[in-house]
Design a protein around this ligand. Structure first.
Ligand SMILES: NC(=O)c1ccc[n+]([C@@H]2O[C@H](COP(=O)([O-])OP(=O)(O)OC[C@H]3O[C@@H](n4cnc5c(N)ncnc54)[C@H](OP(=O)(O)O)[C@@H]3O)[C@@H](O)[C@H]2O)c1
Length: 254
C-alpha cells in the first residue's frame, strides 16, 4: 500500500513532486521555510490527499521524505526527525548560479549527496529527481510496460532505500536505473547528459538562466528508455561538479 510522502521544500520541483504523488494516490505532507499557513493555495490545488506542515512534521509523517530545498540550506534540514528515514535528495550544486560554493565539492572529493548524507548520518539518502523538471514528471509519465516509458537515474548507498524510491518513481510512471552509490551520483549530476538535457534535447549555448528556463518550458520532451539511461551513466566521463549555464552547449553534454 502506498505510504505518505513527506516533502521539505514546496518550490518548483517540490510542488511538482507533490502533484505526481497525489496523482499516484499517495498522501503528501508538504512544508517550506515560511510555515504551513503559507501553503494554503498549493494544498487546495493538491486536494484531499495533501496537507501542510512544518519541515519536522513532514519528516516525521513521511514513510519517504523528499529534501528539495536549496543545497546551501542543507544543514537546516530537520536531522533528528529524519533519522531512520529514506530521504530523497533532489538538491543540485550550482555555485555559478547561487554563489554558494564548497571546496570539497569543487575538488570532486565528495558529491553533493555525500555531503548531505554526512549531515543526515542517521538517514538513508537517495539521489533522485535532481535531473528532471516538473514537465518531465507530468508529461513523460507512462504506465508500466509502455513502449515509450522513460527511466530516471537513482543513486544511493542503501539498497533497500533505493528500492523504496524506485517503487515511488514507478508509481509516478517511470522506470529507474541504479547508477551506483552516492559517490557515483555525479554520473547523472550537473554537466552530464542525464542532467535534464537527455529528456529535453540540447539546450542552445549562450543562454542566460531566464532564457534557459523559457527554452525548457517550450521544448518537446524526449522519452528515454532504461537502456539509454544506463548507457549514458556508464559512459559519461566525470565533469566539473557545479552546474554552470556557461557550460551548456559543450560537447560533453551530448
Ligand atoms: N527547479 C527545478 O526544476 C529543479 C529540478 C530538480 C532539482 N532541483 C533542485 O531542487 C531544489 C529545489 O529547487 P526548486 O527549484 O524547487 O527551488 P525553489 O523553487 O527556490 O524552492 C525552494 C523551496 O525550499 C524551501 N526552503 C528553503 N529553505 C528551507 C528550509 N531551511 N527549510 C524548509 N524549506 C526551505 C523554500 O521555502 P519558501 O517557499 O518558504 O521560501 C521553497 O519552498 C534545489 O536544490 C534545486 O537545485 C530543482
Amino acid at each position: 500500500m502506498a505510504g505518505t510522502l513527506g516533502i521539505i521544500g514546496s518550490g518548483t520541483i517540490g510542488s511538482a513532486i507533490a502533484r505526481s504523488a497525489v496523482g499516484a494516490g499517495r498522501q503528501v505532507v508538504i512544508s517550506n521555510s515560511r510555515g504551513p499557513e503559507t501553503l494554503g493555495a498549493l494544498v487546495a490545488e493538491l486536494g484531499p490527499l495533501a496537507r501542510a506542515a512544518t519541515p519536522a512534521e513532514a519528516a516525521e509523517a513521511g514513510d519517504l521524505v523528499v529534501a528539495t530545498i536549496p543545497l546551501a540550506h542543507y544543514e537546516q534540514l530537520p536531522r533528528e526527525a529524519l533519522a531512520g528515514k529514506t530521504v530523497i535528495d533532489t538538491m543540485n550544486y550550482a555555485p555559478a548560479v547561487t554563489g554558494w560554493a564548497r571546496p570539497e565539492l569543487d575538488a570532486g572529493e565528495l558529491t553533493s549527496s555525500e555531503l548531505v548524507q554526512r549531515f543526515l548520518a542517521g538517514s538513508q539518502v537517495v539521489k533522485a529527481f535532481h535531473d528532471v523538471n516538473g514537465r518531465v514528471l507530468a508529461e513523460l509519465s507512462r504506465p508500466a510496460g509502455a513502449p515509450d516509458r522513460t527511466a530516471l537515474p537513482v543513486a544511493g548507498d542503501d539498497a533497500a532505500a533505493k528500492a523504496r524510491v524506485a517503487e515511488l518513481i514507478g508509481d509516478f510512471g517511470f522506470d529507474t536505473v541504479d547508477v551506483g552509490g552516492l559517490a557515483e551520483s555525479w554520473r547523472a549530476g550537473p554537466n552530464t547528459p542525464l542532467y535534464f538535457e537527455v529528456f529535453v534535447g540540447a539546450v542552445p549555448a549562450g543562454l542566460s538562466m531566464p532564457e534557459i528556463y523559457a527554452w525548457l518550458a517550450a521544448a518537446p520532451l524526449i522519452p528515454v528508455p532504461a537502456a539509454e539511461v544506463a548507457r549514458l551513466a556508464a559512459t559519461t566521463p566525470r565533469q566539473p561538479a557545479g552546474f554552470d549555464p556557461a557550460l551548456i552547449g559543450r560537447a560533453f553534454l551530448r
